[in-house]
Unconditional design. Structure first.
Length: 462
């Protein structure tokens, strides 16, 4: 792309909010100018030729100009710094403008469908000129270039608004292509009684409505709060576990307030035998590093874990095994015990995926009736239920995971069989080599004996 190289300084630094803002404004201004030009050309030839499809396509371009203005407003508002009224910033304005664009596209699709149906019911004569073909051909080329610009910019700055505008450009390209096809049919089939103009317009409107509904759904997701990207979750977990002194993490929650505005909460497990001030210093270091390296506002809850108590280790291992027997999709954390002479309280949290239907009472009863422990000791279970808010797999994902696991097991079994065969073949080869060596040795000894015997016979003859 050459637009960003001309108009945006440091265009490669897309993580910089100022550069990101310039990308959004450049795309919006580009869309505003090109759509006004397309509207002007199409409305003139549409009115002259009395073509409802061309006029509707022109109005669509005019609405696209409005979308560009809305997107400019969204980028302007989303770049505002956080304040006392909005301490998490204004970045979600971009999601709102993307939703607004999607709704406008939906309304245009419905109105175009209405006009097309009326044209089918009451056909009107339509004329096509050379200017119509030229304008429509130029419009298709320009809309394809718009699509390329929007999609490229959206990918570089991960912008929902520009993604919405790129989808709108796809719709416009298909719509204008349909208008061009309708114009050709009208020109070459002037005596057809059916309203080709109206039918093509109706087909285009259906396409616009379907794509805009999908667009609305996609823009609503981040506003409602969707699962964070898997790549971000893996990156955060890997970074946390890279620190010496971090034994494990759980209860990871990621809240997104717009592109580059992530607020993260997590529980970090540390050794309870380490001085609390030392562990607290580690937590402070982690929070500061995340802010500097990743631009993430991290809040860490420190969980001391007793790693030196053999009884805790034994009971935890037994609890993990028992929980997997109930359901291997479940996991536990925050394991601790309160011991007494005849009674031990076992406390832990169970992570329950969203697709599972187990209740807290069901899991607790399972442990009460199946936990063995030490003879003569009474065990009381205090179990809390947690949800995995960052990576809960769907039923389909879980099924795929099980298929992959089964495939891995089959692959490992096949590899083991191949290894065994190779070992047997190697042993057979080794044995054959050993036998050959023994045979050669025996033959050599036999030859030596025969030579010795021949010498003795020769000696006695003398």
């Amino acid at each position: 792309m050459f637009l960003e190289r001309i108009f945006i300084k440091n265009y490669k630094d897309t993580s910089n909010p100022a550069v990101r803002f310039k990308y959004g404004m450049l795309a919006s201004v580009f869309g505003l100018i090109t759509n006004i030009l397309l509207f002007t050309g199409k409305i003139i030839v549409g009115i002259i030729g009395q073509s409802i499809t061309v006029i509707a396509d022109a109005i669509n371009n005019m609405s696209d100009s409005g979308n560009s203005i809305v997107t400019m407003f969204g980028f302007k508002m989303s770049s505002k710094p956080a304040d006392s009224k909005h301490p998490y910033g204004y970045a979600r304005y971009e999601y709102i403008t993307a939703l607004f664009v999607a709704l406008i596209v939906l309304i245009i699709g419905v109105l175009l469908g209405k006009e097309s149906v009326e044209k089918i019911i009451s056909p009107a004569p339509t004329s096509v000129s050379v200017a119509t073909y030229v304008i429509l051909a130029v419009a298709i080329a320009l809309k394809l270039y718009q699509l390329f610009v929007y999609r490229s910019f959206a990918k570089k700055i991960n912008s929902e608004s520009l993604k919405a505008m790129s989808v709108d450009s796809i719709n416009d390209t298909i719509s204008t292509t349909a208008v061009l096809a309708a114009s050709l049919l009208i020109d070459f089939l002037p005596d057809v009684e059916v309203s080709i103009d109206g039918i093509c317009g109706l087909l285009v409107s259906v396409l616009i409505v379907i794509s805009s509904i999908k667009l609305v759904a996609n823009t609503v997701k981040p506003l409602l709060g969707e699962k964070p990207p898997k790549e971000l979750v893996v990156k955060i977990r890997k970074e946390l576990m890279s620190y010496n002194g971090v034994l494990g993490i759980h209860d990871l929650m990621i809240h997104n307030y717009g592109e580059g505005r992530n607020f993260v909460m997590v529980h970090v497990e540390v050794d309870s035998s380490v001085d609390i001030m030392e562990s607290h210093a580690l937590i402070d270091e982690i929070e500061q590093d995340f802010k500097k390296k990743m631009g993430i506002h991290l809040s860490v809850h420190m969980d001391p874990i007793d790693v030196n108590n053999p009884l805790v280790k034994k009971l935890k291992e037994e609890s993990i095994v028992l929980l997997s027997k109930l359901d291997d999709h479940l996991s536990l954390h925050d394991f601790r015990i309160v011991s007494g002479p005849n009674r031990t309280n076992i406390l832990f949290d169970v992570v329950l995926p969203f697709f599972e239907k187990h209740t807290q009472e069901e899991i607790t009863d399972w442990f009460k009736h199946n936990f063995v422990g030490e003879e003569g000791m009474e065990y009381n279970f205090v179990i809390d239920i947690d949800r995995d808010y960052v990576s809960p797999p769907s039923v389909e994902e879980q099924g795929k995971k099980e298929e992959e696991q089964e495939h891995r097991e089959k692959t490992e079994l096949l590899e083991q069989v191949e290894r065994d065969l190779y070992e047997h073949e190697s042993e057979a080869v080794d044995k054959k080599e050993d036998n050959d060596e023994l045979l050669k040795k025996a033959e050599k000894e036999q030859k030596e004996i025969e030579e010795e015997k021949a010498k003795q016979d020769k000696f006695f003859k003398l």
